[in-house]
Design a protein around this ligand. Structure first.
Ligand SMILES: [Zn+2]
Length: 439
């Protein structure tokens, strides 16, 4: 069905923040800075969460002491889920590598909150392992308060505030092992998901999200960075160039979705979109998902880092305190970062599925743009969104009703266009970038 242009209202997105949906607002407001602090300090109290402390771990010390405590937390949380949350370990033996002294057992904690629609899986992730200045030293003191006690605290807190709500999509809350030595835990888990054909629609990875003052004194307690990769693994560069999709990978659309959704629920908190896979010399578990073929994987990281507090032996040198200690975390900042995740994750999993098979009709030269798509579960209508090719964020939206084809009076040559779903509560899916089709 082709909708006449006169029926369609154009909305300028710069003038309209998305409306809040009360059930999501109530989950977001349940995020508790004091509980986040308690979780983080408990993780620090295990002394070290270095991979190589696994053989010397006890109930109160070492990486597997921390793992077992995380498992116990998820079991407590699961009690409020009406039987929908299950907790498992993804355990395997990582062989010795040129960088490591021996084989080591890796064990990631995976809590799955089952949704009604088995075709949609969303992941919020973190890593619970850590290291001091020597990442193969299982005997040293490695607090890991920010890297990445903060991410684990956020994942547990999000699970706590979301567990009682029935979602459309299934949500995995993951605390990976073995990140510091090579993204091992996430790599193992992502490959297992790929082998099983799991429908992973989004990965929100959280790693280093509690420090609001950089080592250079920069202080932005109201900003978090989201890193997103440009080109999915295996993409054909000739096709990417042909259709101009280099800034519209699934990760970029997820980043735009997060940047647009968060301010509606977390006032005075802004997502700074960084269009890059990760920081230089650094990496994160989102890369494991990218490599396994799950292209909508992004990373949250604090706006300003202090490198004296990451991967350092705890010591005072030259009057400077080194080490990843909890006193350097800003618990209110961590609460806002967690709230941002809850807002995005809940909107993804409660909202409509994105439209599929979205195509831009390129059968002839013309002055406007026609898009087609297949209906999405949970959607009551669709929106065409577009922006100038040099703009980072969607600038305009046009209601297409419940049609599966619409034409907008915008040149397909000059603008980037996408389609997103809208449900009965006004929740929107991330936009989908179209493939070009001559028919
Ligand atoms: Zn980390």
């Amino acid at each position: 069905m082709r909708l006449p242009l006169a029926c369609l209202a154009i909305l300028s997105l710069s003038a309209a923040a998305p409306a809040t949906y009360p059930p999501i607002a109530s989950m977001v407001s349940a995020v508790d800075a004091t509980r986040l602090q308690r979780t983080d300090e408990t993780l620090v109290a295990f002394g070290t969460r270095n991979d190589f402390s696994e053989t010397s771990s006890t109930a109160t010390h070492g990486v597997f002491g921390a793992r077992d405590w995380i498992v116990a937390q998820f079991h407590t949380i699961a009690a409020s889920s009406g039987g929908r949350m299950s907790v498992t370990l993804d355990t395997y033996v990582q062989p010795k590598t040129p960088r490591t002294p021996r084989a080591v057992t890796e064990s990631s904690v995976i809590a799955t909150l089952r949704g009604d629609d088995s075709s949609r899986l969303y992941i919020m992730s973190s890593h619970y392992d850590d290291c001091d200045g020597h990442c193969t030293d299982g005997a040293g003191v490695a607090p890991g308060a920010d890297d990445n006690g903060s991410g684990v605290a956020a994942v547990l807190e999000a699970a706590r505030v979301m567990a009682a709500t029935p979602f459309r999509g299934t949500i995995v809350f993951a605390c990976f092992d073995g990140e510091e030595l090579g993204l091992w835990g996430s790599d193992h888990y992502a490959r297992e998901l790929a082998k099983a054909g799991a429908p992973v629609l989004a990965v929100l990875n959280n790693d280093i999200i509690a420090n609001s003052t950089g080592g250079d004194g920069s202080h932005e307690p109201d900003v978090i960075r989201v890193f997103s990769q440009a080109i999915p693994a295996g993409a054909r560069i000739d096709r990417t160039n042909l259709v101009g999709s280099e800034n519209d990978s699934p990760s970029r659309e997820l980043s735009r979705f997060v940047a647009e959704t968060v301010p509606a629920y977390v006032p005075d908190f802004t997502v700074r979109q960084i269009f890059r896979a990760d920081r230089f010399l650094r990496g994160g578990d989102q890369e494991s998902f990218q490599d396994a073929g799950f292209a909508a994987a992004i990373r949250f990281v604090e706006a300003h880092e202090n490198f004296a507090h990451q991967h350092q032996d705890v010591r005072i040198a030259g009057g400077i305190q080194y080490g990843d200690l909890p006193q350097f975390n800003d618990w209110q900042y961590l609460a806002r970062a967690t709230a941002a995740n809850v807002a995005a994750l809940a909107t993804l999993a409660l909202g409509p599925a994105p439209p599929s098979q979205v195509t831009l009709v390129t059968d002839k030269l013309g002055y406007d743009s026609t898009l087609r798509w297949k209906p999405a579960s949970g959607a009551v209508s669709y929106e065409i969104v577009w922006r100038a090719t040099g703009a980072p964020q969607w600038e305009h939206a046009q209601d297409a009703g419940n049609a599966t084809e619409a034409t907008v009076k915008v040149s397909k040559d000059d603008f980037v266009l996408g389609v997103r779903s809208v449900d009965a509560n006004g929740l929107r899916s991330p936009a989908v970038y179209p493939t070009a089709a001559r028919t």
